[in-house]
Structure formats: C-alpha cells, structure tokens
Write a protein that binds this ligand. Structure first.
Ligand SMILES: Cc1cc2nc3c(=O)[nH]c(=O)nc-3n(C[C@H](O)[C@H](O)[C@H](O)COP(=O)(O)O)c2cc1C
Length: 366
C-alpha cells in the first residue's frame, strides 16, 4: 500500500491519510441555505468511507450577491451555522477533518434567496450556458459592476463566514478562487475589464484576492487552516488562459502564500495537464516549485494513477471528485482491494441533488 494511506500533516492538522474529498455542490440545503440532515448523512458517508479530509461544497458568504444557486448552503445565519455544526460533529465522530469552501458566485449567478441582481468585477457574462444540473436558467444575466463599497462588502462576507466556520467547529476554510467564481473572475481578463486599482495589471487583478486572504487571516488567527482553490479554466470555459502565462500563475501563487494562505488547492481537467500559453508545467508543479505552502492536487485522480501522483507529490493531498461521488467509500475500497465504480452521470440528472442520487441508487439496487 502506498504511503498515501499514512497519517499526514496538513497545515496545523493531522489527517488519517492523504485523500481529500473534492468540493462538490449538491444544491440540497433548505431554501434559506440551512444545511440539513440529508447533507449530514451525505458528508458522514465520505468520512466513514475513509477520506482523511473533506472539503464541503461551495458555501455562500453574505446576504448580498454571493449566493449562486437555489438550495446552495450558506454560512451567514445562526441557523446555517447550527446546521453546519451537526455536519462537522458527525464527520469528526467518524474520524475525518472537514473544511468549508467559501464561495461568492459573482457573474456565475443562477438563483439566490437574497437578490435577483448578480454583481461582478465588470458587466461581462460567463461564456457558454448556465449549468442545467444546478437550475433551469437558460441564459446568464448581465452582472452589475461592483463598486469599491461592494468589494468591501464581499470581503467582509468572507471574513465573517470564516469566523462563523471557526464557531461551527470546522478545521479550516478554503476560499473558492477557481472555476470562474468571484475571486477567479477578478484574476481573469475575460471577466475583469476594470480600469481602477482592481483591474488591468496582474497585480491589480490580484488585489481583491490578496485583501481577502489578509483580512481572513487576521480574523481567524494563525492556528487555523486557510487556503485557496486556484484554476485557470472555468466551468463554462475550461480552456481560458492567463495572458501572463506560467510566470503569471507563479506570481499568483506567491502572492496568496505571502498574504497568509497556508495551502493552495489546484484544479484542472487533469492534474498533469500543462495549461499555460507558455512552458510545460502543470498548475500543481508551479505551486510545488514555488514552495512554502501546502498543496492539494485535483483533476482526474483515480484508483490507477494515485500511487504515481502520491509519489510525484509526496507532501500533497490528493482530492477526488467524480470517483468519490461514485464511491463515497473510495478510500476504504482501495484499502480492501475492491473494485471502484465509474460515475454514471445519470446520478446527477436532472439535478445534482442528494435526493436525486438516493433515487438513482434505489433504482440501481432494484
Ligand atoms: C457535481 C459537481 C459539483 C462540483 N462543485 C464544486 C464546488 O462547489 N466547488 C469547486 O471548487 N469545485 C466543484 N466541482 C469540481 C470538483 O471539485 C473537481 O474539481 C472536478 O470534479 C475534477 O476532479 P475529478 O476529476 O476528481 O472529478 C464540482 C464537480 C462536480 C462533478
């Protein structure tokens, strides 16, 4: 058995092994964003299934424009925090650690309990179409341009949500800076056409990300895992490239590390893909080479390639998405030498909800 199954240090945590559950939106909270029993059963299954670390689905951070999907959980009200406490306690009782992914939708906005008006760096829509398994919307709305006051509100939302996460007992937080959500939009020259201090040069586009990490770090203190998920591509534009290439991504990595992030979680279609306009390194290699920050790698990790990836990235956690959805006991199955199922996307149709998954599993068993 590879050392991926050994105890691992990550930030200030000790984990049972190096497998992490990748964050996956399930739009299964109550309409007001409160996490429920269904979600507690769902997360507990991955803890019982052996994942050393769970990362929650993207969770919204303020009652302005942060929510992106109907039935997305939030972490802003007392009832939402109480709902998360139950989940955290059940995951801990099963022997895993859990961090919450904090997400502001920005322009990738389909529905919200709080507003009808998306806010984003610029009045630019995402490419492609909204995600059908998160809602019935067929067209993106044009977002309103965030004022400096709106930016401060969004940062305050991340800060208060991080404080709430600590109160709920989470072991840390991951800021969603990937896949085309707000923090990623600021980095992107597709979404960010601003001409003020928050747009233009890469250092300007980084400003919101850096200010958010610094403010959150100050609020939660040093002894709390704080990281950010980074990608180049987005959910509807997987081939987007930073004009600054590999060096630009390295600059982002160094800036978030220096702002106080103690881990970076890279995500791409394939961990080993070389996605930049120049150079041959993957996102994960750039982070590893920069050093000084813990690493989670993600993208196509499965039962076959994980030993090689664990050896190539001996300090990193391996985050598993689709294979985990298909096998909530993925880690236990590996330990037992059992077969790993492929994800049947019918499980996420017509909607990516936990109820839909339960229904699908019932039909499979019948
Ligand atoms: C149903 C579904 C929901 C997802 N939701 C999120 C999310 O909330 N936040 C996020 O950062 N990534 C999200 N992702 C992306 C996954 O975390 C992961 O990066 C992606 O599936 C690639 O990893 P894999 O090859 O192991 O599946 C989601 C993916 C799926 C399939």
């Amino acid at each position: 058995m590879s050392d991926v199954m050994q105890n691992s240090r990550f930030s200030n945590l000790t984990l049972a092994n190096r497998f992490a559950l990748a964050p996956m939106t399930r739009t299964s909270a109550e309409p007001d964003g409160t996490p429920n029993e269904l979600m507690a059963d769902h997360y507990e299954a991955y803890a019982k299934g052996g994942f050393g670390l769970l990362i929650t689905e993207g969770t919204y951070t303020d009652d302005g424009a942060s929510q992106g999907y109907a039935n997305q959980p939030g972490i802003i009200s007392d009832t939402q925090v109480e709902g998360w406490k139950t989940i955290v306690n059940r995951v801990h009782a099963a022997g895993s650690k859990i961090i919450v992914q904090l997400m502001h939708a920005g322009a990738q906005f389909q529905a919200s309990h709080h507003t009808d008006q998306p806010l984003a760096p610029s009045a630019v829509k995402p490419k492609g179409a909204p995600l059908g398994f998160y809602g019935d919307q067929t067209e993106w709305q044009t977002p309103a341009v965030m004022t400096e006051a709106d930016i401060k509100t969004a940062i305050r939302g991340f800060v208060q949500s991080a404080i709430n996460a600590k109160a709920a007992g989470f072991d840390g937080i991951e800021l969603h800076g990937a896949n085309g959500y707000l923090l990623n939009q600021f980095l992107s020259t597709h979404f960010n056409r601003r001409e003020d201090n928050y747009g233009g040069s890469l250092d300007n586009r980084l400003r919101v990300v850096v200010e958010t990490i610094e403010a959150v770090r100050e609020a939660v203190g040093n002894n709390f895992a704080l990281g950010i998920r980074l990608s180049q591509g987005t959910v509807t534009d997987p081939d987007y490239q930073l004009p600054e290439g590999e060096n630009g991504f390295r600059r982002i990595v160094e800036a978030v590390r220096d702002a106080g992030a103690d881990f970076i979680h890279t995500t791409d279609g394939d961990v080993r893909r070389a996605p930049f306009t120049d150079g041959e390194k993957s996102l994960a290699e750039v982070v590893r080479n920069a050093g000084g920050v813990d690493l989670i790698i993600n993208g196509g990790i499965d039962e076959t390639n994980h030993p090689d990836l664990a050896a190539e990235y001996p300090e990193a956690l391996l985050a598993v998405g689709k294979k985990a959805l298909a096998n909530p006991d993925f880690v236990q199955r590996l330990k037992d030498g059992k077969e790993i199922d492929e994800l049947d996307f019918a499980m996420l149709q017509p909607k990516a909800t936990i109820r839909n998954e339960i229904e699908w599993r019932r039909n499979q068993a019948a």
